[in-house]
Structures are given as C-alpha cells and as structure tokens.
Design a binder for this molecule. Structure first.
Ligand SMILES: *[C@@H]1O[C@H](CO)[C@@H](O)[C@H](O)[C@H]1NC(C)=O
Ligand SMILES: *[C@@H]1O[C@H](CO)[C@@H](O)[C@H](O)[C@H]1NC(C)=O
Length: 210
C-alpha cells in the first residue's frame, strides 16, 4: 500500500513544480485557460522587461471611500510576470482616521509601514486578538487565512506595502461579504445577531440587496 501512495504523491509534487524546473519564468497569458496553479505561460521568447515591472503601486490609492482607505493590487491579474512565482504585493493608503477593514487571504502576508502610524492586527482561531502600533519601517506578519485589519491612528496619512506568499492571494472582506451580496437580511440577522435596521442600512451603503 505504501509504495503506490508514495509514487502518486511524488508524481503530484513533480507536476506541481514542473514550471519552475523547466522554465525560468512563466509570464501569464490571460487569454489562455488557467487553473489552480495559475495562468498558462506566454511564449517565453516573447517575454520582455516590461513583463517583469509594474508601476501601479507608485501613486497613493484613492482614500475617498467608506473606510477612508484605498488599496492598489499587484496580483497576477494586474502584474502577469508574477505568474507561478508564489509572490505578490499591495499598497494600502489610509487617510487620517482611515482603516483597512477586516478581511482575509488564502496565504500569509508581510506588512511594512512606509508612512505614518498604524495599528495592525489579526484574530486567531482561538479568538485571541493580536494587535500592535507600528511606525514607519516596522513589519507585521499575518498568518494565512486569519481575519486582519489596519487602522491609521496617527495625525497624518498612512501607507503600507504588503507582500503575499501567492501570486493570487485573494481578498475577502467581512463587511463586503455580509452587506454587498444578495444574502437575505433574515439570514444575515440569524448568522450575526445584528438588528434588521442596521443590516438594511449597511446593505444600502455597500450595495447589497434582499
Ligand atoms: C476618488 O474616488 C471618489 C469616489 O469614488 C471619486 O469621486 C474621485 O473622483 C476619485 N478621485 C480620484 C483622484 O480619482
Ligand atoms: C485560547 O484562549 C483562552 C482564553 O480565551 C486562553 O486561556 C488559552 O490559553 C488560549 N489558547 C491558546 C493556544 O492561545
């Protein structure tokens, strides 16, 4: 029994690392089909330096939003050179009093504060909240899948960069998933204990229905 299982496992490992063994890089070709391991590769002879550069995080995000924050993504969809490399980045800007609302990703995240003073934190599966005031240059790491947030607690706008252990880490924000969807108010009420009027108000703000 053990040998066939071992062989099956080895084959899986080999196939999932095939790209890194056979190619230096695999720039995404979004016009081709893609699956759980990423996009198909653009013809490597057609790759250019531009495929490996991205300027979308150069300027601050627009903080005229409900949470007074703006997040710019450099995931594989925006930056095709990241495909298959298991790495990506975002830039989050927070106006004075702004916050990056409670959300999760599939993978670990490493934050570095570029400007301002923030509190960054996460809540673990034991419902222990870990949070810390950070200054420019400080790092904070978020374990995979845990709910986390950042709040600008300083007197000036704050900015952070955050890197991820995936080219497509996903983002799921708790408020958006509750109030931007068509999940009926009665169900939201049952699963959160919030009152109906509050749910209706938040659905209006986030653009949800039902
Ligand atoms: C920022 O977003 C707000 C609200 O969506 C919009 O009205 C405004 O034009 C945007 N500003 C810039 C500079 O894009
Ligand atoms: C889980 O939380 C409880 C308090 O709510 C604490 O007593 C316990 O030590 C925690 N366990 C771990 C592994 O952190």
């Amino acid at each position: 029994m053990i040998l066939p299982i071992f062989i099956t496992f080895s084959l899986l490992i080999t196939s999932s690392y095939a790209n890194s063994i056979e190619f230096d890089y695999c720039v995404a070709d979004p016009t081709l089909p893609h699956g759980p391991t990423g996009y198909s590769c653009k013809d490597p002879t057609k790759a250019t330096a531009d495929d490996f550069a991205y300027s979308g995080l150069r300027t601050p995000g627009n903080t005229s939003s409900m949470f007074k924050s703006g997040v710019s993504l450099a995931f594989v969809a925006q930056f095709p050179g990241l495909n298959g490399l298991g790495i990506s980045m975002v830039r989050a800007d927070m106006a004075v009093g702004g916050a990056v609302p409670l959300h999760t990703h599939r993978v670990a995240e490493l934050i570095v504060v570029i400007e301002g003073t923030i509190i960054a934190g996460f809540i673990d599966t034991n419902n222990t909240a870990f949070y810390k005031t950070l200054e420019k240059g400080d790092l904070f790491v978020i374990p995979p899948t845990l709910e986390h947030f950042q709040v600008n607690v300083g007197k000036v706008p704050a900015a952070v960069y955050a890197s991820f252990g995936s080219a497509n880490p996903g983002v799921q924000a708790v408020s958006n998933s509750l109030f931007q969807t068509d999940l009926p108010t009665e169900i939201v009420q049952k699963i959160t204990l919030l009152d109906r009027a509050q749910i209706k108000k938040l659905k209006m703000m986030f653009g949800g229905t039902n």
